[in-house]
Design a protein. Structure first.
Length: 202
């Protein structure tokens, strides 16, 4: 039996209702769900900033690869959302929604795409421990977005596939990008070296 679009939507809805918060969810669970859905994502750019400002060239190359992967993946999300728009749960409507969100396309999830793009990029760069930590956090982000009622499970699956494809492509193209990485790293060292020298004179 083939999986038709109607069957896929039915599975998507069923899994969503299993994970979505009930109408009378506890304050503690809603607070935790909101933290996962809205705040965990900030750990990812923070991790890249730490890598970049370590002033270690290898770390900076990893950070730039992750940044490039994220930008490409999010751009693909925009294209998919424009050409194949899918309503959010509260637009159907189905389930319960506990955080406000603009009524735009839900597939794929930008939060999950950003999280997974950085995570998979780190894995391809052999940063396995940090990648594993961020992968676990990505799972909590996915759960939080569904639990709070702004995304379907299918949105998360789409994000994983987009992010994985982009991370793979950037990793394969990395030898071509090394000159760009080197120039940006040199520029960064020059700017901060100049600022450090200027501050020392004062």
């Amino acid at each position: 039996m083939f999986l038709t679009s109607e069957n896929a939507e039915n599975i998507n809805d069923t899994v969503f209702l299993l994970l979505n918060a009930p109408a009378h969810a506890s304050t503690a669970m809603l607070s935790f769900g909101n933290a996962c859905a809205s705040w965990l994502i900030f750990i990812y750019p923070l991790a890249l900033l730490i890598y970049w400002f370590s002033f270690n060239r290898n770390h900076q190359q990893v950070a730039l690869s992750a940044l490039l992967t994220s930008l490409i993946a999010l751009s693909i999300n925009v294209i998919i959302g424009d050409f194949f728009p899918h309503p959010r749960p509260f637009m159907v409507p189905i389930g319960h929604t506990f955080i406000s969100h603009v009524a735009d396309a839900s597939f794929p999830s930008d939060h999950m795409t950003l999280a997974c793009a950085m995570t998979f990029s780190l894995f391809f760069s052999q940063r396995l421990i940090l990648g594993a930590v961020l992968l676990v956090l990505s799972g909590f982000i996915a759960w939080g977005r569904i639990y709070m009622g702004v995304h379907f499970p299918g949105d998360m699956l789409g994000s994983v596939l987009v992010a994985l494809g982009c991370a793979f492509a950037v990793n394969k193209a990395e030898p071509l990008l090394i000159p760009l990485f080197d120039k940006l790293s040199n520029l960064n060292a020059y700017v901060f070296g100049y600022l450090k020298l200027t501050r020392a004179k004062h």
